[in-house]
Design a protein around this ligand. Sequence first.
Ligand code: GDP
Length: 144
Amino acid sequence: MNTNRTLAILKPDCVRRALSGSVLQQIENAGFKVCALHMVQLSRERAEGFYAVHRERPFFNDLIDFMTSGPCIPMVLEKPNAVEAFRTLIGATDPQDADEGTIRKRFASSKAENIVHGSDSPENAHIEIAYFFGDHGSIPVDIS
Ligand code: GDP
């Protein structure tokens, strides 16, 4: 299992509010290298597939509405211990609970519209990277 990579998504609120550059700057300043990146408009089917583990949650439909509300930017990030390092950088799901200086604390407006996704385990990072970059010829580059 490659523990040096994680899957991030700059969510539709990030793109809509023209914060993509600022957030990407903070990600790069924290020492992450961008190995792959593209902008996509998720269909409901693609968003539901990505968030399938949340299907039974009461907020599932709201989450799918949000994630399909505009373009988003999935990306593959590389750094030692990437999953944990990136979760630390983005902060808690609810920006009110996030540590000072984290991306969600700085930029997110609510628990629902919280700017950025980060994989929660190396296993899920592997699955999520394949979900966006595995099957259509967009292979993360080797930047090391
Ligand atoms: P994460 O791993 O920090 O992104 O958090 P979760 O896996 O618990 O939730 C996935 C995503 O669902 C979050 O990042 C939010 O965008 C959204 N979400 C979480 N809780 C709520 C909620 O109570 N209401 C709504 N509308 N969305 C939520």
